[in-house]
Design a protein around this ligand. Structure first.
Ligand SMILES: NC(=O)c1ccc[n+]([C@@H]2O[C@H](COP(=O)([O-])OP(=O)(O)OC[C@H]3O[C@@H](n4cnc5c(N)ncnc54)[C@H](OP(=O)(O)O)[C@@H]3O)[C@@H](O)[C@H]2O)c1
Length: 290
């Protein structure tokens, strides 16, 4: 029996991972890291031990990680603060003598500043380097885009407008349902044979937005087209529609990453860990647009 601590336990990925761990009914002790007692109330209701810590405050992390064998480090959510916060987490884990660190990183091919998602890439690349240099046993997952965010890229009016409008060209993405990742993390955290492995958490099929338009037509019964505008026109359209600059930056970055074939690689890693095919994009979109 070992002690597993999950950071970001109050967030979507962390809480889903804990739910899957509980379902597995393992002997391992499960601890969730939260920023406050109030936010952790639902974890306590599930019988999960809660420790309080903040990525901005190294001493809280070191105390929270005491006695932990396996740390599931879920990357932080404030992009601008991540470099410093991630350094704090890895250093605290090392000081607390954590044996094994599992880290949720991101999938990429381009590891240079020319990447359209460099704002995401920079902190992940640095964190992977720190983890590998730390001499802790590691498992790093290279996560494709969460499928759960695809409707956000399609826009709320996609069915009414009868068109997907996104500068992703005709390239594909191998997006993964966040809950599939959570189930796989639960298996990694409670299992064996994952030492010093890097897994590609991409789907076993990749899909283009042209194909997604076909799916939406079939699901909604209304003809949906796909237009890939040039980036300047797209940015102008979103800006005039009042979309905040940061959201435009993220949407443009990911669209360009898809257009540059950054997210199109399929993998069997997730399928092998889950012991079944990951949920397909069409199956995910069907109840959303029916
Ligand atoms: N692959 C993708 O498509 C994709 C998309 C979005 C995000 N991500 C990454 O995946 C991570 C997990 O996703 P998610 O959907 O679970 O995000 P989420 O629901 O926003 O959860 C983020 C978690 O991190 C915690 N957190 C944030 N800042 C912290 C800090 N300073 N100290 C301690 N805890 C902190 C949050 O705590 P509070 O509850 O207190 O806020 C929350 O529990 C994100 O943080 C992000 O790095 C990946």
């Amino acid at each position: 029996m070992s002690t597993i601590l999950i950071t970001g336990a109050t967030g979507a990925l962390g809480s889903a991972t804990i739910d899957h761990l509980l379902k597995l009914n393992t002997d391992h002790k499960i601890i969730g890291l939260a920023r406050s007692e109030e936010k952790a109330a639902s974890l306590k209701e599930k019988g999960v031990e809660v420790r309080i810590g903040n990525y901005d405050e190294p001493t809280t992390l070191e105390a929270a990680f005491s006695g932990v064998d396996t740390l599931f480090f879920i990357s932080a959510s404030e992009i601008g603060k991540r470099v410093e916060q991630h350094k704090n987490v890895v250093e605290a884990a090392k000081k607390a003598d954590v044996k094994h660190i599992v880290y949720s990183s991101f999938f990429r091919k381009n590891e240079t500043e020319s990447s359209p998602i460099w704002m995401i890439a920079e902190s992940h690349l640095l964190t992977e380097k720190l983890i590998k240099e730390s001499e802790m046993t590691y498992t790093i997952t290279l996560n494709n885009l969460y499928m759960d965010f695809v409707p956000m890229f399609l826009g709320e009016q996609v069915i009414d407008q009868g068109m997907i409008y996104l500068p992703a060209k005709d390239e594909k993405l191998a997006a993964v349902l966040r809950d599939d990742m959570a189930e796989a993390y639960a298996k990694i955290l409670s299992g064996t044979n994952h030492d010093n492995k890097v897994y590609n958490f991409s789907n076993s099929e990749a899909v283009s937005f042209k194909q997604i338009a076909t799916y939406l037509s079939e699901i909604s019964g209304k003809e949906i087209g796909y237009v890939s505008p040039d980036v300047e026109e797209y940015q102008k359209t979103l800006s005039e529609a009042g979309v905040p600059e940061e959201a435009i930056g993220i949407t443009v970055g990911f669209s360009l990453a898809i257009a540059e074939k950054e997210l199109n690689e399929t993998s069997s890693d997730l399928e092998n860990i889950l012991g079944r095919k990951p949920v397909s994009l069409k199956d995910f979109l069907t109840p959303v647009y029916q």
